[in-house]
Design a protein around this ligand. Structure first.
Ligand code: G4P
Length: 533
């Protein structure tokens, strides 16, 4: 067995790869930008994305556009800080794209959740945050905008615990908010990090810390606020969960930090703690067992995201992959497990602040995008290992909304099929075909209805095809797991529909759960599954 090269091992150990998730406007972009500022990747705040265009978001659709704008231009950002090499994965901020978020989380080793202190966990992001807990990776909470009037701290923590079902452990604690925001109290160090204005955060700002028992504190913080802090700490120490790295690593306890990304306050403190508490690239499950990046010398990676038409003029398609082990070199030949043949990975790129750049090398933990000539699917494994293996797949979420879709202009059938198939391959929607009708009727299934808007918009704008959508009453989908099923003989309820997916697997659409039960009763031995693996 080839030996693991120490240089590669050290590179991998330096990696920290996390996803950042938030409700739109909570401050994800601002926080990311400040991370880059501390990492020296940008010189001044304001260069990550042009706010001018995103500011005029008027409708839900514009909101998607904005989201798409973010994920297209800055899907992954890499920067160095304090000896670490950090990869940040951006996620869409709307619950209708929670499947996309789940796939991105598959590529991350931890997640940072940004919450607006005046709003707590917001309705639209509930589902999204919940998806985070499904992955059992460490979740870190940054409660942002403390320079504005905030909700009560206990209420905020309670909100997170109730919504996500995980315990919280505040690492620091805010002293006041809005005009009365004085800073945060570091519970372990028993000191106050004083809030300072950093000219809207264009400079890194000086961090000033004073021990809480230092007499100077009386000059810096009013009596009433000091008393309140003492009372709150007593309550929290008595009732709150204690910090436990083991629980954090299992995703059962979320360390919470308070700050204000806009003014740079608490950002570096958060980054420093976070980097110590999160983990380097973790072992991943493959069909032959666990693959540990510290032991596996060969390159291996899996595709978690496919983004088509990033550049309309070139119709290029980029497959984003998470490197799980070894070293990547530009132009290297790897074995594509699902395709069953060797491929050369060309035009590898990474994001650096607002630019895409070509790269020569990357290591386990990194995320790279490679040119995809249309051969990759989400979940595919690539490796240089002689002993071939495949990483466990990324499950597709069961769609909850269905529509029959057809092109308005019958002459555009070819473009329509091409466009809808490509968009489905990217995982932006799922498509199904009715039995015995050929490709005439296409049924689209989505997890969130905004995905329908994206489909319509993209078909019109990228493929020049206008479509008509008729919504269908189905709400439940079940894949048939029996290998030898005779679909013609399968007896279900009259309102059930028999369809097959992109890979030809048979499945059933139901309008209600009663119908599922009836079908199961009428067909002995029928094995139905909610997931299309
Ligand atoms: P997002 O990526 O999560 O959608 O949020 P983004 O960072 O774009 O921030 C949304 C708005 O909130 C921005 O204001 C941003 O300046 C502001 N913001 C972010 N962090 C803080 C904070 O700590 N305190 C305060 N007071 N505001 C914060 P905007 O008006 O939409 O844009 P801009 O014109 O200020 O750039």
């Amino acid at each position: 067995m080839p030996q693991m090269n120490n240089e590669i091992k050290n590179e991998i150990k330096k990696r920290r790869t996390f996803a950042i998730i938030s409700h739109p406007d909570a401050g994800k972009t601002t926080l990311t930008e400040k991370f880059l500022l501390y990492g020296g990747a940008i010189n001044s705040a304001g260069s990550v994305k042009g706010k001018a265009t995103s500011k005029h978001a008027v409708s839900d659709w514009m909101e998607i556009e904005k989201e798409r704008g973010i994920s297209v231009t800055s899907s992954v950002l890499q920067f160095n800080y304090d000896g670490y090499c950090i990869n940040i994965l951006d996620t869409p901020g709307h619950q209708d794209f929670s499947e996309d978020t789940y796939r991105t989380l598959m590529a991350a080793d931890s997640a940072v959740m940004v919450i607006d202190a005046s709003k707590g966990v917001e309705a639209q992001t509930r589902k999204l945050f919940k998806v985070c807990t499904m992955r059992h990776i460490p979740i870190f909470t940054f409660i942002n905008k403390m320079d504005r009037e905030a909700m009560d701290t206990f209420e905020l923590l309670d909100d997170i615990e109730q919504e996500l079902g995980i315990a919280t452990c505040p690492v620091n604690w805010p002293i006041g908010s809005g005009k009365n925001f004085k800073g945060v109290y570091d519970r372990a160090e028993k000191e106050v990090e004083l809030f300072s204005d950093t000219k809207k955060g264009t400079t890194q700002g000086e961090v000033r810390k004073v021990k809480f028992n230092d007499p100077e504190i009386a000059w810096l913080i009013e009596d009433s606020q000091r008393v309140q802090l003492e009372e709150e700490m007593e309550l929290q120490d008595g009732a709150g969960a204690e910090f436990d790295q083991e629980l954090v690593s299992r995703g059962e306890l979320s360390p919470v930090f308070f700050g204000s990304a806009l003014t740079n306050f608490g950002v570096e403190t958060f980054l420093q703690h976070f980097l110590k508490m999160t983990s380097p690239p973790l072992p991943r499950i493959a069909d032959k067992g666990e693959i540990d990046p510290m032991e596996e010398p060969d390159f291996s990676a899996f595709v978690f995201k496919i983004q088509g038409n990033m550049n309309k003029a070139h119709r290029d398609r980029i497959a984003f992959m998470r490197i799980c082990s070894g070293e990547f070199e530009a132009g290297m030949e790897v074995y594509h497990m699902q395709g069953g043949r060797k491929v050369r990975l060309s035009q590898p790129q990474q994001m650096m602040a607002s630019e895409r750049k070509m790269i020569d090398k990357a290591y386990g933990g990194d995320i790279i995008g490679v040119f995809d000539p249309g051969i990759f699917s989400i979940g595919d494994t690539l490796t240089t290992s002689a002993e071939r293996y495949a990483y466990e797949g990324i499950p597709t979420f069961a769609p909850e909304h269905f529509a029959r879709v057809r092109q308005v202009d019958t002459m555009k059938r070819k473009q329509f099929i091409k466009g809808i198939s490509q968009i489905a391959q990217e995982g932006a929607i799922q498509i199904f075909q009715e039995y015995n009708t050929g490709m005439e009727e296409i049924i689209v299934g989505v997890v969130g209805v905004l995905q329908f808007d994206v489909l319509k918009y993209r078909l019109e704008n990228e493929y020049n095809v206008e479509i008509r959508m008729d919504s269908l009453p189905y709400e439940f989908i079940r894949w048939i797991e029996n290998e030898d099923i005779d679909m013609a003989k399968l007896a279900g309820t009259s309102d059930m529909k028999k369809v097959k997916d992109l890979r030809g697997r048979p499945l059933l659409l139901f309008v209600n759960e009663w119908s599922i039960r009836m079908t199961q009763e009428r067909n002995e031995g029928l094995a139905l599954s909610e997931f299309g693996r």
